[in-house]
Design a binder for this molecule. Structure first.
Ligand code: MN
Length: 254
């Protein structure tokens, strides 16, 4: 089992290191990750600057390749050039902060896994919800158990599984729930104040309003202290709308 490990928090992030320590018991782990923090970079790639790759030794734990780019750049480079042996599984994480609901669209962690899946590698994104404390070691042990099950059940090429682990401040996670992604929007207004230079600044809060108690979504299940697993796809076509739009009276052009 050859595992490619990446993330969006940067190659020396504690979540990645914790996950590395656990994944080595499942197989050989190759690390290719962003040199610096790239959270909320979504599926961005670098097209107007070169990418530099540097061999780094992280916390006396492992050697990896640090890339001066986005998480998706790392996956592209790794799978097309840097890694000369077939990759059986891509793992992205362990992210500092949950990636449920609409955050899935903003997430660099999920995007890295999505790129892996697009390139035909079974891929998993793993995130830990924020709380008073972030116990990455404990979350990584859970992640290893989940990933072991995925391997045993033969997670297939192209499959993309998004895993979120609740924060442990309320005790052990209650169970593993396989749920759909919430599409509830964040309607929160940005916080605005005047900076020291007199220029008005805006800060996004990224907070949700009240979440439905009845809908079985990743957002709800994580709030209820369950581990969530959501299979994702990247075909964004709205199939229930395509026929309607096809039937519109499109002008003859050309
Ligand atoms: Mn992140």
């Amino acid at each position: 089992m050859h595992i490619l490990l990446t993330n969006d928090d940067g190659i020396s992030a504690p979540g990645l290191v914790a996950l590395y320590r656990e994944l080595v018991s499942l197989g050989e782990v190759t690390v290719v990750a962003p040199e610096s923090a790239q959270s909320a970079s979504a599926h961005a790639i670098t097209i107007n600057a070169p990418l530099i790759v540097q061999e780094v030794h992280v916390h006396n734990e492992f050697h990896g390749r640090a890339v001066t780019g986005r998480p998706v750049d790392c996956v592209k480079l790794a799978l097309t050039d840097l890694v000369d042996r077939p990759v059986d599984l891509l793992v992205s994480g362990l992210n500092d902060g949950a990636n449920v609901g609409i955050n899935v669209l903003y997430s660099g962690t999920v995007a890295a896994a999505a790129e892996g899946a697009l390139m035909g590698v079974p891929s998993v994104a793993v995130s830990l919800a924020r709380g008073e404390e972030l116990d990455f070691a404990r979350a990584a042990r859970i992640a290893r158990a989940l990933i072991r099950e995925m391997i045993e059940r033969t997670i297939r090429p192209g499959m993309l599984l998004n895993v979120n682990i609740p924060n442990f401040e309320h005790g052990n996670p209650k169970s593993v729930r396989v749920v759909s992604q919430s599409v509830q929007s964040m309607a929160d207004p940005p916080v605005a104040h005047e900076g020291p230079d007199g220029v008005r600044q805006y800060w996004l809060q990224g907070k949700y309003g009240p979440v439905s108690k009845t809908e079985e979504t990743d957002l709800r299940a994580l709030l209820d202290h369950h581990i969530t697993v959501t299979p994702l796809q990247f075909d964004l076509t709205a199939r229930d709308v395509i026929e309607e739009v096809r039937g519109w009276d499109w002008p003859a052009v050309g």
